[in-house]
Unconditional design. Sequence first.
Lengths: 754, 148
Amino acid sequence: MTIEVTRRGFLAGLGTATAGLALGWRVLEAGSAAAAPAAARLAPTPTQMAVFAPNPFIQIGSDGLVTIVCHRSEMGQGIRSSLPVLLADELGADPRKIRVVQGDGDEKYGDQNTDGSTSIRNFFEPMRQVAAVARTMLITAAATRWRVPAARLTTHDDAVHDPATGKALGFGALATAAAALPVPKAAALRPQHELTHVGTALPLYDGVDYVTGRAAYGADIRLPGMLTAVIARPPVVFGKLATLDDRRALQVRGVRKIVALPVPVPPAGAQPLGGVAVIADHTYAAMRGRAALDVTWDAGANAGYDSRSYTDQLLAAVRAPGELVRQVGDAERALAGAARIVEAEYVVPHLTHAPMEPPVAVARIDGDRCEVWTCTQDPQDAQDAVAKALGFPKAQVTIHVTFLGGGFGRKSIPDYVVEAALLARAAGAPVRVQWTRDDEIRHGYYHTHSAQALAAGLDAAGNVVAWRHRLAYPSISATFTPDKQHPSAGELGQGVLDLPLAIPNVLVQTGAAPQHIRIGWMRSVNNVQQAFAVQSFIAELAAATRRDPRDMLMAVLGPARTITPADQGLDKLGNYGASLDKHPIDVARFHRVIGKVTEAAGWDGARRSGRALGLAVHRSFLSYIAVVAQVGRGPRGELRVEQAWIAADAGTIINTDRVRSQLEGAFVFGMTSALHGAITIQRGAVEQTNFRDYPLTRIGEAPRRIHVELIASDGPPGGIGEPGVPPVAPAIFNAIHALTGERVRTLPLTRAVR
Amino acid sequence: MKLTVNGVAHDVDADDDMPLLWVLRDLIGLTGTKYGCGEALCGACTVHLEGRAVRSCVTPMRRAAGHAVTTIEGLSAGGTHPLQRAWVELGVPQCGFCQAGQIMTAAALLAETPQPTDDDIDHALAGNLCRCGTYLRIRAAVRKAAGP
């Protein structure tokens, strides 16, 4: 079975509906959906059915089939099993019967950048509104037909119901009439308790496709005449091709063409890294052709970057006063007068995303149009980048979103999509650019490399009276804007500026850290190193004062209150783009998850039972997560994470099963960063190449039990894809300290970066 | 070279050292078997050769000639293998990319060890990476498929 995609099939259907024309009958082009079973489920499927389509997200056929567009990329977070159900609930459709189709990149959907754990927190209300409008129109159509007041009608199970008469009309029977009505600008939402599927464990919409091999990822797209490209890229960012002899490569059976890619100019942005592409009949020929290239590189200005000496540079930066970013009271004076000072330094190396599916994109150019199929987190950004690279108007570039075999932030930057577009033009044929694992590890947008120094002043009674936090790491901003040497407010807003501290004297400073490789967003972003340092340090303060770590954590966070910018010595708080009125920084919610997780883990009985537990809590992406890790020793005396408890307050939850799954997975993901992950750079080039030297947590290392406690809430939803990660590493290291007395301050555990 | 994949005979015109993975994906069009590392480090490409789990990314096509090759597409009709059912019921997949390899490895385990312990499962699946971290549900699903 070849997954063959026809252009016609993709261009027809809901994806081409425009908001202005959406109202009314639309007879859509017929196509052969049966020829493309897997791809068809991802893209709008052609249908001859006339439809009611009041907006780009909902389509109801006269056969009663409710189609809902998922405009956010599916990369394992389960969005296709969650957001469409919310629309169905608000509409009154049976979520078990809806068809979900994946939206192309298109500004009519609004923001599609599947990043920042935003898919539910930013779209919960807008998607309800979209569905409420459609519901109102269906009700109006039924009220007109029955000549009864609309106010007494309700919808459920794909029908409008009149409780007074017991009559019901299916959505399909009302589609024509509803389509003739004007689309109201707004409609009243149902009371939230009527969303009967929200807050339950919902099935995995794509489950069967995942386990049968039918789900189509970026690499699974096949076009007639398609060639495959593998690229030799310069090992150092902004390096250039020096010499190339491609004679041997061209002799490899199946190799068609060798193409040099343009050299990028700083800042890196989403530009491809350049290099030499080997275009061939299939992947194996392209890989062998690349291996046969005789190529040398000019390393350029970043050749001096060495991550080991850079660690020393970062540490020097945090050992001196830096740029002031947060100040309350006079921490230096309080430190000078303290009965005792506790200090610690923490180092986190570069990390990489390592999604199981390396980046891949397929592009086809037909005259003045470009059509792309790719695993992207941000199809509109990919559309812009391809349009710019080809010199096409944006409207002539179509981006179809496949399943993503993991994203974790890597696939939010479309350098690989641009490569495919440039090579499709150069080859005069559709081209799939396949990144090898080696490419993915060596040419990523890495998690930043950081050093942090924390100092606390204690009074004679052991109370924390001063807190000084210094940080230095290359900013993601420098990937897009030259000369940024300090973290942005947004980066520091991930657990530093927004950290509640019931301490009268607080000082936060940043040191300079120029960027020499591409830094990007990796799941939880700067929360990773910032939670690691802060939550480790609070446990260090507990150890120094012989207090229970939970008691010290509660003391440092302080009493239940909401945090204002003024409390933090700031004019404003970024708060992940959300208003503080709607999403306050609420210390009571920290307390609640700490209470829940320690109760579940039997924290108070831990010492008696000889178990070593470690606790950490962190708020990120508007959700509050506390973790307790239990560490013991395996049969050969090795450290083992035996089990874990997670308590989460993420506000309203749509799909409890996917939330649990994300939190379980976040723990294992966090274990990799804590125990194994380190990208090191020598002479400007990444030293790791594959899973043998960038190891991931394997099944035998995963805890035997992960217990997830969800706090029931009808508050506004927070994020869930990322917030589970940051507390994992400090919880594990706090447990290791409890077990062994050893304090780990440099990640990862199994490999010191220095 | 003649290959039999999921009971179907294919005549493949390619160098006989071409890894089975690329033969399956690029020449035969069976894309359920995934490329993850190319060096037998992640298990995403796992298929069965005469019922035994092998990493197709390092298996030259000539080694598969004359033997029955089974891929995820041929494991069952319509996803009815007990492991596939358990995987769906327990919501194992997140991104899903590694799961064909996980299931193929687990199927070979169950064929040899119908009632595996957690240690047996961890041992058998030690070569199958999941970056999403679905390992706990994988263990539970293998146990569920094994039955009481």
